[in-house]
Design a protein around this ligand. Structure first.
Ligand code: ATR
Length: 287
């Protein structure tokens, strides 16, 4: 890294922010492209988010990413929000425009779709209904991605059923039936499906395992876990043993960073084996 005085700045705001892998990701791309730039973690307290975002143009930042807990709150701070992010109710990318206004978007949808395509190039939304476990911000992004891909039916299941009902109400869309399934019925909901996605934190290192009987999942169904620590969760291992194609969550993290990087630094952000290795190495070090 070289700091010249013309260094292009971006970063990630979170509270806490130390856990974020985004600095590794973006600084890898900066190095790869030989760009005089830097991407820094910004520990921003929730009550100072507006002040911090408004300071971006004044400080010469090109923009930033947002992580917990700022994703929903940022919606009401920026000057323009893309309609998809508005529907999802969360922003993760802010770009400072030439007139110093702030434009917000949600690139998790893009990240999920690109990751799925990388692992399953022949992915076809017509293979059948999808089951999405969870009802947080990640679930909303996944549901929006599946709707955009043309999935005709999505079954939503979450421990707290009212949150699934809210997701269904907020993301309702012509051409896609969103049905809510009780958490205890999640295994039965796998009948005749083409895709199962875990967006809960279950299965993540330090969290309980996700318990789900895969017996009813058709052999052709694809299983996606957005958890990436560990890379192969118990869910993915069980699915792989049954012969399902599986997709881990690391690629979603990598791809969601691309639109921001390309807007701030004007250079391509490629998801390569070297990038995966670099991010996995940081994950292993910080465990
Ligand atoms: P994010 O916005 O990152 O998706 P979140 O809103 O914290 O994160 O969502 C975490 C998800 O994991 C939720 O769907 C949560 O279920 P609740 O809505 O009932 O809280 C789910 N989750 C976490 N721990 C769980 C557990 N022990 N059993 C079942 N679901 C769990």
């Amino acid at each position: 890294m070289r700091i010249t005085g013309r260094t292009r700045l971006a970063g990630i705001m979170g509270w806490p922010v130390a856990h974020s892998r985004s600095p590794t990701l973006h600084n890898f791309w900066l190095d790869e492209n030989g760009i005089d730039g830097v991407y820094v973690p910004l520990a921003v307290r929730p009550d100072r988010l507006e002040e911090a975002l408004r300071a971006l143009p004044a400080l010469g930042f090109r923009g930033c990413n947002l992580t917990i807990p700022h994703k929903p709150a940022a919606l009401s701070v920026v000057d323009r929000v893309d309609p998809l992010a508005r529907r999802i109710g969360a922003l993760n990318t802010v770009v400072v425009m030439p007139d110093d206004s702030l434009e917000g978007s949600n690139t998790d949808v893009f990240g999920f779709r690109e990751n799925l395509r990388d692992h399953v190039p022949d992915w076809d939304a017509a293979v059948g209904p999808a089951v999405v476990l969870g009802a947080g911000g990640a679930a909303r992004a996944v549901v929006a991605a599946l709707i955009a891909d043309g999935v005709g039916e999505i079954r939503l299941s979450n421990r707290t059923i009212t949150r699934s009902e809210q997701v269904a109400a907020d993301l309702e869309s012509p051409g896609c039936r969103l049905t809510v399934v009780a958490w205890d019925e999640r295994a039965a909901a796998l009948q005749d499906t083409g895709l199962l996605v875990n967006t809960t934190s279950l299965g993540m290192t330090g969290e309980p395992e996700l318990e789900i009987d895969l017996a009813r999942l058709p052999p052709t169904a694809i299983v996606v876990d957005i958890v990436y620590v560990p890379l192969e969760t118990a869910l993915l291992a069980a699915a792989r043993r049954r012969g399902h194609r599986t997709v881990d969550g690391l690629g979603m993290l990598l791809h969601q960073g691309r639109p921001g990087f390309e807007a701030w630094y004007g250079a391509p952000a490629r998801v390569t084996r070297e990038l995966r290795t670099a991010v996995l190495t940081t994950l292993a070090k910080n465990r």
